[in-house]
Design a protein around this ligand. Structure first.
Ligand code: SF4
Length: 78
């Protein structure tokens, strides 16, 4: 099972400024749509560390990552 399948990732597209930092970190997981808003891609094989790095790289902190099994919030940390 790929790491992405174990994670619940959300993006607040309204607040996304489209700078592409998440795409630079994890290009199989994130992309920009035609409106320069980040979207999630299907079938990513990016590992968990890369996905978390992408969330951390977001300058406006609009990416959240949770562990699907435990519900633990991995980013941002409380
Ligand atoms: S890093 Fe954040 S602001 Fe930049 S494109 Fe990704 S979600 Fe949008």
């Amino acid at each position: 099972m790929a790491d992405i399948d174990k994670l619940k990732i959300t993006i607040d597209a309204e607040e996304c400024i489209g700078d592409g930092a998440c795409v630079d970190c994890a290009a199989e997981t994130f992309a920009l749509d035609d409106d320069a808003k980040a979207i999630l891609l299907e079938g990513s094989t990016d590992d968990r560390a890369k996905i978390l790095e992408a969330a951390e790289s977001c300058p406006v902190d609009v990416i959240t990552v949770e562990d699907k099994d435990t519900g633990e919030k991995l980013y941002p940390e409380d």
